[in-house]
Design a protein around this ligand. Structure first.
Ligand SMILES: Cc1cc2nc3c(=O)[nH]c(=O)nc-3n(C[C@H](O)[C@H](O)[C@H](O)COP(=O)(O)O)c2cc1C
Length: 209
């Protein structure tokens, strides 16, 4: 039995294009893997620790091989809980809207907490940076109001997928499948059309992941 962790980052619930496609993905996934556990992490409901001064000091203590003070220890425990929970999954599904060409701040907050030395990556002068979350597949659903795909002329504005690819690659992911749900704001039927196309690809990927 495997565990699929679904990380949801639109606050728009039933109006969300990214969530609609994720729901289709999960429906097909469950049909193919009836014994697997599927867990949803809704980042708008999650209680993420602040990435504040004590937490940053704790991170730098790890990087410098220094012991933690008690405040740093406590801050690091909160970060470790998030990372351990993330790493407990075998497969991942992310769904996210494009916000100002990038990602929603709740997802950025999650990434800032998760991407830690010793938990998600390591650094040695010999090998450089190495991701620690390896051998696990991820699927990512990107919803956007405009169109940014090849030939649109807007490719360079897409900091959303570029950043997610870089983040996942940095922490060790090599098997990343993508679903682009776009353009959702280009006319009265745009969202329905984009979701319908996204659902087809979601069903295909969910059966294969
Ligand atoms: C705060 C905010 C910023 C947005 N910025 C962009 C943007 O830069 N480019 C774009 O194409 N769409 C932008 N949109 C539109 C969303 O990407 C689009 O509505 C998408 O379908 C949202 O995904 P969701 O329906 O899953 O929430 C923005 C929407 C919001 C709420």
């Amino acid at each position: 039995m495997s565990k699929l962790l679904y990380i949801q980052s639109s606050p728009r619930n039933e109006r969300s294009a990214s969530i609609a496609v994720a729901e289709r993905f999960l429906e097909v996934y469950r049909a193919h893997h009836p014994r697997d556990a599927v867990e949803t992490l809704d980042l708008w409901q999650a209680n993420l620790p602040e990435f504040d001064g004590a937490t940053i000091d704790a991170k730098y203590a790890v990087l410098n091989g220094q012991p933690h003070t008690s405040a740093q220890f406590e801050a690091w425990q909160a970060v470790t809980r998030i990372a351990d929970h993330f790493k407990s999954a075998d497969k991942y599904l992310f769904s996210l809207p494009m916000w100002n060409f990038g990602i929603p701040y709740k997802l950025k907050h999650f990434i800032d907490v998760l991407v830690q030395p010793g938990l998600a990556f390591t650094f040695t002068p010999e090998a450089g940076y190495e991701g620690l979350i390896t051998g696990k597949p991820a699927a990512v659903i990107y919803a956007r109001g405009g169109a940014y795909g090849p030939g649109t002329g807007a490719e360079s504005y897409d900091a959303q997928s570029v950043y997610i690819r870089q983040f996942l690659g940095f922490i060790g992911f090599t098997e990343i499948k993508e679903i682009f749900v776009e353009p959702t704001l280009a006319g009265p039927t745009a969202k329905d059309d984009a979701v319908a196309a996204g659902n087809l690809r979601a069903a295909e990927l969910a059966a294969a992941i």
